[in-house]
Design a protein around this ligand. Structure first.
Ligand code: GLN
Length: 552
């Protein structure tokens, strides 16, 4: 029997509903249940793919090529369960499906309305494809009280009746602010937020209360009385120093026990949380260190690089090392003089995915610096494309090398991809096509060259990695670049699309067209991130700083 746990949030946004959902799922998993996580987003975009990273943070890509909310990244990192397109639904998607059905005449002359047509479509999206799971955790984006989340809450209210109260429960995440002048944790915002939920017919069974200190017995009892829950179901979600401590912290507060008790399932035996204990211990007390520069354009909103930050942390876990990330705005590196002063003390340089010309020369300068000074380098997607342009300009005598993403160019080292194979299907795109959902998206296979560094790192010669790009390295220049020392060590199976480049004569320099950060887990660090951080740790321990080197 599949049970549904709906997770809503109140009082303020950014309380960490995504991580709370993921951590609860990890706890249920640790108790032997199989889980799937879903997210309902109330905005009108069909998916976040067209939104600026400044608006919405990272766009997380699934194996099946969906552009989704970054919370799906947390779900995967905590549970290892790969998300699917159907795990992220937005108001935009629901409305566009319902309107398409209306245009086809599927509603047989009915007046199409929010209730029941939109709510039915939401219920279908929640339940579809969940057979065989013990628990489906459904996070509702936004904050209770927002106009736009109302149809989602109404759909949940109805689903509880449709599926039965014994198969569904609601968890509400709130904030208990500490007011220093009163010396108290205040429960009123939580009471109001639960009232909002009750107004739309939803009674939460568990309140997960974010607070910076334990909840005293009196306050717990007060919340229970006013909000109509058991005192044991008022769970403190205390601030933690690393998100990976959440499963342990929630367990200590009795979160998983309350969920299981509600569903009348066994909760006596404690779950095995050693996996999480080990991760947290390594994060808290690492023995080594590496300082890594991430040279990007969206450094003002670090949520834009969520998976990347986590993958670097995981790479550190693999080496018992703390990874200190220096976020560097690529525009600060446009003048070559600045490059060495900014980058010289760092142990590794990473150029992540990106879009558009602004800041690209700074990235190219950073890449040249990494190549010339033998600093470990990882280029991801746009970062790989810029590494190829850098090679063309500096080593292959093609000073005009550029990407057609920046406009017409005489030497299109990176060019617009117009067709590619997806399994047996040939996908075609033209300039001027819609922007939403039309990139090369999702998991594609790549073949790695025997004896290459990447084949050694992965320990195999066939890999599957997630992509999100519209441009590609132009195969036309392959032999010129190879003559200049750059090895094409990974290609699409049909040999048409370059997937990986590396310099065999550099200690660690790899560029990949895909996004390895999307597959990294704290308990299973991605091999490229483990390799990159490992090389940076080694440099940190052995290499003298560059200015010392020049002095000697
Ligand atoms: N803008 C580049 C492209 O579309 C790279 C995209 C990315 O880094 N994800 O090909």
């Amino acid at each position: 029997m599949t049970r549904f746990v709906f997770i809503t949030g109140g009082v303020v946004s950014s309380l960490g509903k995504g991580i709370a959902s993921a951590a609860l799922a990890a706890l249920l998993q640790a108790r032997g249940h199989n889980v799937r996580l879903r997210k309902l987003d109330p905005y009108l975009n069909v998916d976040p793919g067209t939104m600026s990273p400044y608006q919405h943070g990272e766009v997380f890509i699934t194996d099946d090529g969906a552009e989704t909310d970054l919370d799906l990244g947390h779900y995967e990192r905590f549970t290892g369960v790969h998300a699917r397109r159907s795990d992220n639904t937005t108001t935009g998607r629901i409305y566009s499906d319902v309107i398409a059905r209306e245009r086809r005449g599927d509603y047989l002359g009915a007046t199409v309305q929010v209730i029941p047509h939109i709510t039915d479509a939401i219920k279908e999206a929640v339940v579809n494809g969940t057979d065989g799971y013990d628990f489906v955790l459904v996070e509702i984006g936004g904050t209770v009280g927002d106009i736009e989340s109302l149809p989602f809450l109404e759909a949940i209210r109805q689903l509880r009746n449709d599926l039965g109260y014994d198969r569904t429960m609601c968890v509400h995440l709130t904030l208990l602010p500490y007011i220093p002048s009163a010396g108290e944790l205040k429960t009123k915002p939580t009471q109001h937020s639960v009232k909002e939920l009750q107004n739309v017919g939803i009674q939460p069974q568990i309140l997960l209360c974010r607070s910076d200190r334990p909840i005293p017995k009196n306050e717990r009892q007060k919340i229970a009385n006013f909000c109509n829950v058991r005192p044991e179901a008022v769970i403190a979600a205390l601030d933690v120093d690393t998100i990976y401590a959440c499963p342990i912290a929630y367990h200590q507060q009795g979160m998983d026990r309350e969920v299981l008790r509600y569903f009348d399932l066994d909760f006596e035996e404690s779950p095995d949380l050693t996996k999480w204990e080990k991760i947290v211990e390594t994060i808290r007390h690492p023995k080594k260190e590496a300082r890594i520069a991430v040279v990007g354009k969206y450094t003002a909103l670090l949520d834009s690089y969520k998976s990347l930050t986590e993958a670097l942390l995981h790479g550190g876990i693999a080496h018992d090392a703390r990874v200190k990330i220096e976020w560097i705005d690529s525009e600060a590196l446009e003048k070559t003089d600045d490059v060495s002063s900014i980058l010289q003390d760092l142990d590794g340089i990473l150029v992540p995915g990106g879009f558009g010309e602004r800041g690209s020369e700074g990235k190219i300068n950073a890449i040249r610096f990494a190549r010339e000074h033998k600093i470990p380098f990882l280029g991801i997607c746009f970062g790989m494309q810029m590494a190829v342009i850098e090679c063309a300009r500096s080593l292959a005598n093609l000073p005009k090398a550029s990407s057609t993403e920046f406009g017409p160019t005489e030497e299109p080292l990176v060019a617009l991809m117009t067709e590619w194979a997806k399994g047996n299907e040939l996908l075609r795109r033209r300039e001027g096509d819609d922007l939403g959902g039309t990139m090369r998206l999702g998991a594609y296979t790549a073949k790695l060259a025997d004896g290459s560094r990447v084949a050694e790192i992965y320990g195999k010669t066939e890999i599957k990695e997630r992509h999100r790009h519209r441009w590609e390295v132009n195969l036309h220049y392959k032999s010129q670049l190879e003559a200049a020392g750059l090895r094409f060590s990974g290609m699409s199976p049909d040999g048409i699309l370059p997937e990986i480049v590396e310099y065999p004569d550099h200690p660690w320099f790899i560029g990949v067209q895909y996004h390895p950060e999307l597959l990294s887990k704290p308990f299973d660090p991605h091999p490229l991130f483990a390799g990159f951080v490992g090389a940076a740790v080694e440099r940190h321990e052995t290499a003298p700083f560059l200015d010392e080197k020049t002095e000697s």
